[in-house]
Design a protein around this ligand. Sequence first.
Ligand code: ZN
Length: 171
Amino acid sequence: MVSAIFNGKALHDPQANRVYRWETNWGPLWDGQWWTLRETRACFRIICDQYRVPLPKVQMRPRRNGWYSYAHWLDDGPVDYVAFSRRGLNPVATLHEAAHVIAQYAAGRFEEPHGRLWMGVYLRLLVDNSVAPWCALRASLAGTGIAYRPLRFCGPRQIEKMACAYGRNVV
Ligand SMILES: [Zn+2]
């Protein structure tokens, strides 16, 4: 499991387990420390700037050897912090969490945490940042039942429009 959501309550998130299973099948690509916390923060700064979403606090989670990292938000507010375990300091887990920051800002309570918008943004980040080629991602998703918004609707411009429509004051 790369990520979990802590929101003080259980959220309706039917796609989460399918996504975690799919990520686990990638093997070592998503699991393990490749980066320092400082490098992870730099990546968040670049992505949040690109997507014009507020930069959350990026920190280590209290149990830094824990299994997963997570993004935190309250109600429909933006992600206020992301907490990493040591093994989450890598490009894939970082982009997984960055996709939460983007999707939560753009659609808040209208989207499930690991729903179609989040998955589309995550895939788009993986492709745009050369972490994985689209043909490989698409092939590995076949038959998983994981739904995602088409990637052409998940770029910075489309996200900014969604965020405006959702009533966010775009940064
Ligand atoms: Zn997640």
